[in-house]
Design a protein around this ligand. Structure first.
Ligand SMILES: [Zn+2]
Ligand SMILES: [Zn+2]
Length: 455
């Protein structure tokens, strides 16, 4: 929590000294690896609150106040620290900035400046060593291990926070952070319940300490749960995920796959029915004239991401299916050889110049054995494409898996033209695999052939 312009910049004096985080943890030095200040803030104090709760009775008014203050301070983090200062997803008037800096401070998660710097590094270097709370180091690490254990600040990715250094509210809060924490974290919740209904101690324990504990744990889930649980509708190359449970826990920060794709969007949930009270709060502030310039990505851009991810999933599924040997990998057969082989009892059938071995399929042919046998050794293109029966898309797909050769050009059909078409005109996916769409199979004629003459 240095107040220097860039804490991650190595200083001349300590470049040679090895940071404790970069040394092996042993029985002798483990306590040096622990960040005791943070342990006090996020484990020690909550623990003290839990113990005191045993003999401090919880009054209804204090309970309601604790929940209300939970939302105030939680929103200070989500709407303030996160969406306003870390991502600049909207602009806020001075009164709103002061309010968010105060209630956000009451959540006891570090100053805006420190929090937003780390969070920008998290977005820029997601899942890498430079990500201060990379989930790749374990779920518990991303939840609070990164704060409990000392981190070498030089390892955290560098980010630009000049805009934060220019915001007087941010600078003031950073300089007076301890005072803000004591006032907003403990004094205010205690004063309200003390002056309000005489419950000083209850206000301290429930609206103060235990409320801090719940707000901390809830917002830490953005770094852990949101990178671990749920779907990835926009991009699956990194860990961020969308899940309703995370959204419920984190005041709407649970649509984290969307958020990492579109971080400067003031929304996390884009559907009206999804739970995002942070978004609703920002929107309400706009109606009240306290917030403006709410940033939103065009739905065209959002849908592009969604389609690309769907396409990737489809590609993966398609790659697992048998689409038949590509035409250019099939052996070339002479027409006479083809006829000869069928005469010798092999169940070969030529459709659109592609020879298929249907020997094992004859008995299963839905149109009957006689019908399929009548096409063996002939050009059955027309028969197959409406001359006798207009075969289904499924039939063309199945047929492709039985390919064994192609008839040499100049035969009954222009097979090489088709092979070329299959090679050049077919759409390919990112790995270069052919995409065969319904109705585009090589055996499929554009129009049904009405007569059986060709057979
Ligand atoms: Zn994240
Ligand atoms: Zn973020």
């Amino acid at each position: 929590m240095s107040s220097k312009p860039d804490a991650s910049r190595p200083r001349a004096a300590d470049t040679k000294k090895v940071h404790i985080a970069d040394t092996q943890m042993t029985r002798q030095n483990w306590y040096k690896h622990v960040n005791w200040l943070n342990v006090t803030f996020i484990i020690g104090i909550p623990l003290a609150g839990c113990i005191q709760a045993f003999w401090v009775p919880l009054q209804l008014k204090t309970a309601i106040w604790a929940v209300i203050y939970y939302f105030f301070t939680g929103l200070g983090i989500t709407a303030g620290y996160h969406r306003l200062w870390a991502h600049c997803s909207y602009s806020a008037t001075l009164p709103l900035r002061i309010w968010l800096a105060l209630v956000g401070g009451g959540a006891v998660e570090g100053s805006i400046r420190w929090w937003a710097r780390d969070h920008r590094a998290h977005h820029r270097y997601t899942d890498t060593d430079k990500d201060p709370y990379s989930v790749r180091k374990g779920l518990l690490y991303s939840h609070l291990g990164w704060m409990v254990m000392k981190q070498n600040p030089k390892r955290i990715g560098r980010t630009d926070i000049t805009d934060l250094n220019e915001d007087p509210v941010v600078v003031w809060q950073h300089r007076n952070y301890i005072k803000v924490v004591l006032t907003m974290g403990l004094a205010v919740p205690m004063l309200v319940s003390g002056l309000g209904w005489g419950d000083w101690y209850g206000g301290f324990v429930y609206a103060g300490i235990l409320r801090i504990f719940f707000v901390q744990q809830a917002t830490f889930c953005v770094n852990s749960l949101a990178h671990w649980l749920g779907d990835q509708p926009f991009d699956d190359r990194n860990s961020p995920r969308d899940h309703i449970i995370t959204a419920l826990v984190t005041l709407g920060e649970g649509y984290h796959n969307f958020h990492h794709e579109f971080p400067s969007d003031y929304r996390n949930a884009i559907e009206w029915h999804q739970y995002d009270p942070t978004k609703w709060t920002i929107w309400t502030c706009k109606q009240l004239g306290l917030a403006y310039d709410l940033k939103q990505f065009r739905s065209n851009e959002i849908e592009k991401g969604r389609v690309q991810q769907l396409q990737k999933k489809i590609d993966q599924k398609r790659a697992k299916l048998d689409w038949g040997t590509p035409l250019d990998q099939l052996p070339v057969m002479e027409w006479d050889d083809y006829v000869e082989q069928t005469k010798n009892g092999r169940g070969l059938i030529s459709i659109a110049g592609v020879v298929h071995d249907v020997t094992d399929f004859i008995k299963d042919h839905p149109g009957g054995k006689a019908m399929i046998k009548s096409g063996l050794g002939k050009d059955a293109t027309a028969m197959f494409n409406g001359g006798v029966y207009y075969h289904s898309n499924g039939a063309h797909n199945l047929l492709s898996t039985m390919r064994v050769g192609v008839i040499r050009g100049g035969g009954e059909v222009e097979i090489w033209k088709r092979a070329q078409k299959e090679n050049s005109e077919y759409v390919r996916d990112e790995t270069g695999q052919r995409i065969i769409r319904a109705g585009q199979q090589v055996t499929k004629m554009p129009e049904p052939i009405p007569t059986a003459d060709a057979a």
